[in-house]
Design a protein around this ligand. Structure first.
Ligand SMILES: [Zn+2]
Length: 146
């Protein structure tokens, strides 16, 4: 991962909220209670495909790419965090991973269900709304890291 891109990501997040910490990891992740997001520039093809399908379903005019929307999605987890979502989220993800292990769901189906869980869906909606309301700012960032 290039240092330049990492710096641009840190700057972008800082401009949205100076309180959010950015770390670089193996996947896009979030620790809402730690105010920390993890950013990775690698993405899995199935994750990318199912995520972008869902984005288009929510707003088919959204032109931003999966990396930019993925980073905003992780920030969205912090802004939309609600403790009450934790319990159902854990139950649902446990059930989904069981169904996947039992081969009752394909990787794509698993993702489709996962993305629509309340907590995930709130973060994606936040990401799209933020990007659409700040088109210039987000476009500039997308050019810098693509
Ligand atoms: Zn998420």
């Amino acid at each position: 991962m290039k240092l330049f891109k990492k710096l641009k990501v840190k700057k972008f997040v800082k401009q949205i909220s100076p309180d959010i910490k950015v770390k670089f990891g193996r996947a896009l992740e979030c620790e809402p209670t730690e105010n920390t997001i993890y950013v990775s520039f690698k993405s899995n093809e199935i994750d990318k495909k199912t995520f972008m399908e869902y984005v288009k379903e929510l707003d088919n005019t959204c032109q931003f790419n999966d990396l930019v929307l993925g980073i905003l999605h992780e920030i969205g987890h912090i802004f939309t965090y609600d403790e009450n979502d934790e319990e159902p989220y854990l139950q649902d993800t446990e059930l989904l991973s069981l169904l996947y292990k039992e081969q009752m769901l394909s990787a794509e189906e698993l993702n489709r269900f996962y993305l629509r869980l309340d907590m995930e869906s709130k973060a994606t909606k936040w990401a799209i709304e933020f990007a659409q309301a700040n088109q210039m700012f987000v476009s500039r960032f997308q050019k810098q890291i693509s």
